[in-house]
Design a binder for this molecule. Structure first.
Ligand code: THU
Length: 162
């Protein structure tokens, strides 16, 4: 028997002002986009914004439904848009932010498990890593070098028997 473990490394910044101007732009845009989410049931509006290798930006917001389980997370709305309009273009950076009707928004949130799996799939389509910034409307920013850092032992295409 052998004990094994995973270590997840990330950086935390007290405030967006500690990051580069390019990152601050990405963060500010993401924070604004959250206002446009369709989340009348949870009151929890999420925005995900990707910066592509060619400099373009593509975003997604969560889309809820009166039939609760069919609602979509912001991250997967964004990934579906990218995979539709620019399937060959690599994502360099993603920022995720939110606004809540019921609580403040000064601590970062991390993507749900399903979205982590989708983010890892997208990263595996290209050779490079997708850097991830997580933040609320203010306060701390967490930086992960790769979306895969958030999902150790992810299920990947090489796990499928061909
Ligand atoms: N949500 C996202 O959009 N992304 C996540 O990673 C976590 C949760 C949405 C789904 C739902 O519309 C609302 O947040 C509350 O769970």
């Amino acid at each position: 028997m052998q004990h094994s473990s995973f270590e997840i490394q990330y950086k935390s910044f007290k405030d967006a002002s500690e990051l580069s101007e390019q990152d601050q732009f990405l963060i500010n845009e993401t924070r604004k986009i959250a206002t446009a989410a369709y989340a009348p049931y949870s009151g929890f509006k999420v925005a995900s914004l990707a910066q592509m290798e060619n400099g373009t930006m593509v975003h997604g917001t969560n889309q809820e439904n009166a039939s609760y389980p069919i609602g979509l997370c912001a991250e997967r709305v964004m990934l579906a848009a990218i995979s539709t309009i620019a399937p060959q273009v690599e994502i360099k950076n993603i920022c995720i932010s939110y606004i809540s009707d019921k609580q403040g928004s000064d601590v970062p949130i991390a993507p749900c498990g399903v979205c982590r799996q989708s983010l890892v799939e997208f990263e595996s389509r290209f050779s490079g890593n997708i850097r991830l910034l997580l933040t609320g409307q203010s306060g701390e920013v967490f930086e992960f070098n790769s979306v895969s850092d958030l999902l150790p032992m992810a299920f990947k295409k090489n796990n499928l028997i061909s």
